[in-house]
Design a protein around this ligand. Structure first.
Ligand code: ARG
Length: 586
């Protein structure tokens, strides 16, 4: 099903073709001011410049050739040559009927060709706690996967965990010291506090020469795949997983161990990467290291910038692993597109990575995308840290959100059973953290504020969850009044809408697919939250202006349809696309 904007664009494009003889896609946007209609096109303005004619006259010609009576009222020209369009009530009603029957997609079209897309996100580092910096990659990546699946793509999530590298020699050495019995009995192994474990190991490494020697020995054993050393390495990774997997579950993130291909997975592909790049004369020795100098990258001093793939001591790097992973994803996973979700600080790494892979001829027609995001800031505007200046652990942050959400529930609904309060608090608390993140423009930094994200008014999760619960309550109120709302809805033959507030809500409902298109085009969930917030607002205005259960039976069924679609689209947006739980009562 085409979105209203696509439909209108197509018609204007056809008219432009008739007028100019050229196929120039029309530019159509939602009108910024409802007084001017629902949609607006400034095609005549931009085209007039190219064709060196008068824009108003061109607009008139376009309108004269425009066949749009089934969608819009007679178009109007405004200002220098804007074309204003207003949807016809008939079109709105027909479109509503179609999305009512499109119970899984509500107008969102599936792509015709199912392409394979790899989404690389989250990527926590083993033996370290996930901190708030991992929050954004994890939840934005998950939302991207959800949107792409909704659009009909074959999505392969990849969790590129940091589970390999020389620091593992240090960790294993420390592990052996702390748990000397480990060779006989693995069941006793438990790393309670990964963060502490890592810190202590690092401290020892920095201060104890003997320990450094043992660590290096462990690195060698790891590289030789010595079975006992590998077993110890595996234990550390498994312990770490016990830490991050429950966080994914709490967050409602669809990542499991089967989506993991960490750095270790590529370890025996790294030498080939270097050799292959040497063969095509891209990799060269420079000051003892092996580097590629991708085109277009210069250091501050104006020299070619190296992408280092092997250090003087022979060790491979993050970059080498990423080259191996990229090649694997193209050749083995058959990716048509690879999307990497990391913070903006890795921008240059990925630009160089993509360039090197391209120069090596590995990319073919796979599209490579780096989706970046800004930082999470504290209320003081500085990166969010604890008082003592440490990274805030993600788990603690989420626990706190649930605790605070419980207070909100206690205030709002003290008479609920405790278990129900708890489950609402989890949905609201976790939903609030995710929604606050999504509702900010992904590329900007944002200030993390529990008070703002848990507020019942404003563009927040609790507001949206409450809006949903409110619509759902209509069914329950109907029951009390002896009205079977489900049956009335089923019996609906023809949609009757007349009131302005009904039309405003109906127009918002039919624009869900438009919001989805803009969100997925640039992987920006804030277009979805903004849409849902507007939807809740238009529902509120409708609900205040138009009685539902007390309306005439004929009108009532139509109004129930508006209510029902509002609830379903809020649910679909929150649950399916954003992975945020809805609740039936709050
Ligand atoms: N482990 C990395 C980090 O914490 C993220 C990995 C991103 N993915 C990649 N293919 N490099 O920054």
């Amino acid at each position: 099903m085409k979105t209203p904007i696509e439909l209108i664009s197509q018609r204007i494009t056809d008219a432009i073709q008739k007028v100019t003889g050229q196929n120039i896609p029309a530019i159509v946007t939602a009108a910024t001011d409802p007084r001017f209609g629902d949609y607006q096109s400034n095609s005549a303005l931009s085209l007039a410049k190219q064709l060196k004619t008068n824009p108003r006259q061109l607009a008139e010609k376009i309108i004269a050739n425009l066949q749009i009576e089934d969608v819009c009222q007679t178009p109007e020209i405004a200002g220098a040559g804007f074309i204003n369009l207003r949807l016809k009530p008939e079109f709105i009603k027909n479109y509503l009927t179609e999305i009512k029957n499109d119970t899984e997609n509500f107008g969102i079209e599936k792509s015709e060709t199912s392409k394979t897309v790899v989404v690389d996100f989250s990527g926590p580092n083993i033996a370290k706690q996930m901190h708030v910096g991992h929050l954004r990659s994890t939840i934005i990546g998950d939302c991207i996967c959800r949107m792409l699946s909704q659009a009909g793509w074959n999505v392969i999530p990849q969790n590129h965990i940091g589970d390999w590298g020389t620091q593992f020699g240090m960790l294993i050495a420390y592990f052996k010291l702390e748990w000397p019995y480990v060779d006989e009995d693995y069941s006793q192994v438990e790393i309670n506090d990964l963060e502490q474990f890592y810190k202590s190991a690092k401290q020892r490494f920095d201060n104890d020469e003997n320990f450094v020697a043992v660590a290096h020995q462990q690195v060698r054993r790891l590289h030789q795949s010595d079975p006992i050393t590998m077993e110890q390495w595996k234990n550390i990774v498994d312990e770490s997983r016990k830490h991050y997997q429950p966080i994914y579950e709490t967050l409602g993130i669809n990542l499991t161990v089967k989506d993991e291909r960490g750095e270790s997975f590529y370890r025996d592909k790294l030498a080939d990467v270097v050799n292959d790049l040497k063969k095509v004369e891209l990799a060269v020795e420079s000051e003892g290291a092996i580097c590629v100098f991708p085109e277009g990258f210069k250091t501050k001093e104006g020299n070619p910038m190296p992408f280092i793939i092997q250090k003087t001591d022979g060790a491979f790097l993050y970059a080498t692993t990423d080259l191996a992973a990229l090649r694997f994803r193209i050749n083995e996973l058959k990716a048509n597109e690879i999307i990497y979700v990391t913070d903006a600080r890795q921008k240059q790494h990925f630009e160089m990575l993509f360039k090197v892979a391209e120069m090596a001829g590995w990319v073919k027609d796979t599209k490579l995308v780096h989706v970046t995001f800004g930082s999470v800031l504290g209320e003081d505007g500085k990166p969010l840290k604890t008082r003592s200046g440490e990274n805030i652990k993600l788990k603690e942050l989420l626990d706190e959100a649930v605790k605070r959400a419980k207070q909100v529930v206690e205030q709002k609904n003290p008479e609920l059973a405790d278990s129900e309060k708890d489950s609402i608090a989890r949905a609201v608390g976790i939903g609030a953290v995710k929604y606050a993140d999504y509702s900010n423009n992904r590329t900007s930094d944002y200030i993390f504020s529990f008070d703002k994200m848990l507020a019942m008014d404003g563009n927040t999760a609790p507001y949206m969850q409450y809006a949903y619960a409110r619509v759902k309550s209509i069914g329950r109120k109907g029951q009390e009044k002896g009205i079977d709302t489900a049956k009335e809805l089923k019996g609906l033959k023809e949609i009757f809408i007349n009131e302005p507030a009904e039309f405003e809500l109906a127009k918002q409902l039919i624009r869900y697919s438009e919001a989805f298109s803009t969100a997925i085009a640039d992987f920006k969930p804030n277009f979805l939250t903004a849409y849902l917030y507007d939807l809740a607002g238009k529902f509120s205005a409708f609900y205040n202006a138009c009685p539902v259960l007390d309306a005439e039976p004929k009108t009532r069924a139509s109004r129930l349809l508006l209510c029902n679609l509002t609830a379903q689209i809020i649910r679909h947006g929150l649950e399916n696309l954003l992975g945020i739980k809805i609740i039936d009562r709050m």
